[in-house]
Design a protein. Sequence first.
Length: 390
Amino acid sequence: MNTQDRNSFNQYDEDVIDLYELWQTIWKRKKFITIFCSAAVVLTAIVSLIMSPIFRAESTVLPISSKTNLLGGMSDLAALAGMSLGAGGDDTTKILAVLNSRTIKEIVITELDLVKVIFEDGPPENRNPMLATIEKFEDMVTVTSDKKSGLITIAFENKDPELSKKVVESYVRNLKDILNTKSLSVNKMKREFLEQQLKNADLRLKKGQSKMQRFQEKSKILEPKEQSKGAISFYTQLIAKRTELEVKKESMESALAPGSPMLKAIETQLKMINQRIRTMEGKGENSAIPSLGNAPGKLSRYADHYRELEVSATIYKTLLQLYEQSKLEEAQESLFVQVIDPPVLPDRKVKPKRALMVVVAGFTSLFMSIFIVFFIEWLENIKEEKQAQF
């Protein structure tokens, strides 16, 4: 046997001896190991029996938007090419942000009055009750998503199965409300902005219409062009009739005696026509036909009111068109969730998992006891060596 073979044999012999010594150490203290492991298993079993059972309620939702169909088609094409595209994308990210936000947690906690449930003896005096409740609440609720399918799972764990179901139901319901009311897209914010501007424009238009109505009632001007045209025509007719009567009167005065009934009739007609002419030429405000003397000023004020009303109407019409367009764009970019699996009342506990706890305790205590045995054996060997030196 050469030197290399002899060294290999000696190394093998030492390894065998070391393993045998380790086994001897374990066997020598098998009673301690057995008692330690048994105690750990029994203690774990007792603790698992004492622990309150925890029930888990969950619901699965799927983000839905106008882009889902297009994305679904692209996913099919990608699958044929051996690739994978997520179905959720940005929609899933937005919904996860809402579900993990403090806002929805506060809504759920307030709606179900969870402060009293989580803190049976009341929240800490030196803490904000809502913030302290949210910290405990976050340990009970889990929100997860599947990147491939885009499905989002909302789960809540509590010792009360009915409460677990109610919390998940509240989460889903308030998620829908937030998606309907909050601005989660540019088009939605644009629509809300235009909606406010449209209200202001509508108010301005109504004020302009009321102002124009009051002016028309006071000035008797309804349609200046037609009214002016009719007033001038009527005024011309009156002038012509007056001229005719004056000529007729002059011709009859030479033939008839003063105080003749015919002359009196002509004079009466002239008096009425002159009075009408003076009214039209004067500054009167009560005539149904606008006086010619006031016509320039009234038409100027009418033009101002009319221009202001037309500007308001144009602005309103433009904003209305933009608003309708933004509503269409928002509908094309709408985001909501479809409940795939609604929450149900859990009838089986998820915690504690007694069998798993006992098995884990058994293996853990076994390794710990072996480590303790070797540590004790090492200490005894050190002690013997020191005693042998003395």
